[in-house]
Design a protein around this ligand. Structure first.
Ligand SMILES: NC(=O)c1ccc[n+]([C@@H]2O[C@H](COP(=O)([O-])OP(=O)(O)OC[C@H]3O[C@@H](n4cnc5c(N)ncnc54)[C@H](OP(=O)(O)O)[C@@H]3O)[C@@H](O)[C@H]2O)c1
Length: 266
């Protein structure tokens, strides 16, 4: 039996590449899609992939009228939480690719997921190099008490910091709090230059043309420095394999789990 999927954001940059990946996966079946501008069309017509026979709906609520096993959220921060809660309300497992949700949002989603005994796998970045950056950084944070994150993205990315940076900061907060020599509150001069505190880590978001998506974490100790950096290119291909894996595995989870390593066995 194929795992049936509803894909929200199926016509977007990331969602359309994933839809093509699902079309090539014999064990997955795309049964409904969400996007406003091409609502009413078949996804295959919109993307030029005849194998995709799912219809596009303007809202997640309409798309979820079609029974499915997994809802994949790939729209925008403003619509993501309501879509996720609507899917959980219907008893559907959820994979979240959309960035911009806060810790408070995830706490609310976790409550809804546990009440329904459903899994939510939220991955700020599905790329394997990001999963590895997260694991290496967690190891480094156990040994090095000071670090900061730099988040690089294209100039028209609206949400700050990136989902990747937010998730990394959250994960490091579970290791320990960084111990800056001069706490930000004691900085002299404009404190904004020290970045924003995200889950206890100082994060600096750069938004400029010429960048795609990158994340860098710098660990410092006297006379030594460690930099771990991920960069992705211009295509959405790095995210497809991770998202397909998340779709296949999310039904093994209950409640919110952050990061692809939750199902990678790392
Ligand atoms: N986790 C990861 O690895 C990863 C990778 C890439 C991107 N992302 C994140 O994924 C999200 C989407 O990125 P993207 O670059 O693919 O964006 P995009 O190209 O703008 O695509 C957004 C998609 O969502 C639909 N959409 C937007 N708002 C909607 C709404 N209110 N109701 C219904 N459909 C809506 C759009 O169609 P209409 O405009 O026609 O409605 C479109 O299909 C962002 O948050 C991005 O940061 C995450």
């Amino acid at each position: 039996m194929a795992i049936t999927v509803c894909l929200a954001g199926a016509t977007g940059w990331a969602g359309s590449e994933l839809a093509r990946g699902i079309a090539k996966s014999a064990d997955l079946e795309l049964v409904a899609a969400v996007a406003r501008r091409q609502a009413g069309q078949l996804l295959g017509d919109a993307l030029g992939v005849p194998a995709l026979t799912a219809r596009i709906h303007a809202t997640a609520a309409d798309a979820l009228a079609e029974p499915c096993d997994v809802f994949l959220e790939y729209t925008k921060p403003a619509s993501a939480k309501a879509n996720i809660l609507a899917a959980l309300e219907r008893g559907v497992h959820v994979v979240v690719g959309t960035s911009g949700l806060t810790e408070a949002d995830y706490a609310q989603i976790d409550e809804a997921a546990r009440a329904r005994q459903r899994g939510v796998l939220a991955c700020g970045n599905f790329a394997l190099t990001v999963v590895l950056l997260q694991k290496f950084a967690e190891t480094a944070a156990r040994l090095i008490p000071q670090w900061e994150i730099i988040d690089y993205a294209h100039d028209d990315k609206v949400d700050v910091p990136s989902g990747t940076a937010r998730e990394l900061a959250f994960r490091l907060s579970k290791v320990r709090a960084p111990q800056p020599t001069v706490p930000v509150e004691r900085a002299v001069g404009p404190r904004e230059t020290r970045g924003a505190s995200v889950s206890g880590t100082q994060v600096h978001s750069i938004r400029l043309p010429g960048y795609v998506i990158g994340a860098e974490i710098v660990f410092g100790m006297p006379d030594q420095r460690l930099t771990i950096r991920h960069d992705s290119g211009g295509s959405a291909r790095p995210y497809v394999d991770g998202a397909l894996l998340a779709i296949r595995k999310v039904s093994t989870l209950v409640g919110v789990h952050r990061g692809l390593d939750a199902v990678l066995g790392l």
